[in-house]
Design a protein around this ligand. Structure first.
Ligand SMILES: NC(=O)c1ccc[n+]([C@@H]2O[C@H](COP(=O)([O-])OP(=O)(O)OC[C@H]3O[C@@H](n4cnc5c(N)ncnc54)[C@H](O)[C@@H]3O)[C@@H](O)[C@H]2O)c1
Length: 298
């Protein structure tokens, strides 16, 4: 029997780096791809294809040539950068996803596709807790692209039988790779400022509570939903998953307990209004019931 091959698009990013490492350490065959090579030493000897996911022919060719059985499409423009460069963000997020979904349907070996959505699909009218099918009229280009992307995933399932699986990630916190221009980046960036002489300047206000998740749980969710049986995946758009929820003030007070010299200042910028449109937490009971989602850090 031939072995599964995991083809990871966007493998040099914050999530891709950690996911590629976890799969490699689990003994899986992995092919990395991105427009830039991986920075982590532990990934540098793995097969790497420099590929622009917006190039339909190249995506198709790479999925065939790599023998991919599982495609993990993680290349995207994130929320904050997307508001600054909307056309680029829409093009990358939509054209990239459509290229991957279409190529996967025509690549005979591909069994599954994983594509992450985001809490950014939620509009501002949900109250503090967003239900699985909460109000989804997002006000950012990023959120609009994720909302449309979810519907495309369901469409490819319905019309082509493609086994696409998706979760709506909250803000991700990991230490192996820098964040890529999102609204929750402060929770990672702050750890690079612990030694600095100046207070850390946070771009969100102190009481901005958002859903967040440690990278171990983010990778765990991906592994868990990909290994569930197809009939457990009842939602073919995307599943809410909740980790922990906190605000900048609470995080900084915790840091100060370990580093008494640490100081932070608050200077909210354009990212505040993005964060204000998002829920404080999400209801993930559907993911728990359907495929047994259970985070380690809450
Ligand atoms: N990081 C988070 O907090 C978060 C939260 C919710 C959802 N997500 C989703 O998870 C996925 C991964 O996010 P991330 O944080 O790792 O993002 P990232 O910005 O860190 O990584 C994205 C990667 O895509 C690559 N890329 C950009 N343009 C490309 C192109 N044209 N072709 C191929 N590769 C290209 C980049 O070089 C980068 O390595 C995205 O779909 C994102 O929307 C992330």
């Amino acid at each position: 029997m031939s072995r599964d091959v995991h083809f990871i698009i966007g493998a040099s990013g914050q999530l891709g780096t950690e996911f590629a490492l976890a799969l490699h350490q689990a003994g899986e065959a992995v092919v990395l791809s991105d427009i830039k090579p991986p920075e982590l030493d532990a990934l540098k000897d793995l097969p790497f294809e420099c590929m622009d996911v917006r190039d339909r022919d190249v995506v198709h060719q790479q999925l065939i040539e790599s023998g991919a059985t599982h495609v993990h499409h993680l290349a995207a423009a994130l929320s904050a950068r997307g508001e600054k460069e909307p056309q680029w963000a829409w093009d990358l997020n939509m054209r990239g996803l459509l290229n991957v979904l279409e190529s996967a349907t025509t690549s005979p070996l591909v069994k599954q596709v994983f594509w992450p959505s985001s809490i950014a699909v939620f509009g501002p009218d949900n109250g503090p807790v967003a239900a699985q099918n909460g109000h989804r009229l997002p006000e950012t280009v990023y959120g609009m692209s994720k909302q449309a992307g979810e519907q495309w995933c369901a469409w490819f399932r319905k019309h082509h039988g493609l086994d696409v699986r998706s979760v709506r990630y909250p803000g991700l916190i990991g230490e192996l790779s820098a964040p890529g221009g999102g609204t929750t980046d402060y929770a990672v960036e702050v750890f690079d400022h612990l030694e600095g002489p100046e207070p850390y300047s946070c771009f969100l206000s102190e009481a901005t509570t958002l859903p967040m998740m440690h990278m171990d749980d983010a990778v765990g969710a991906m592994m868990q939903i990909m290994s569930a049986s197809a009939d457990q995946i009842k939602n073919r758009e995307s599943y809410n998953i909740q980790g922990m929820s906190f605000d900048p003030k609470t995080l900084f007070e915790e840091i100060a307990k370990h580093d008494p010299g640490f100081k932070a200042a608050f200077a909210p910028d354009f990212r505040q209004s993005i964060a204000d449109g998002w829920p404080d937490r999400v209801d993930d009971s559907a993911a728990r019931a359907d495929w047994g989602w259970s985070p380690r850090s809450t």
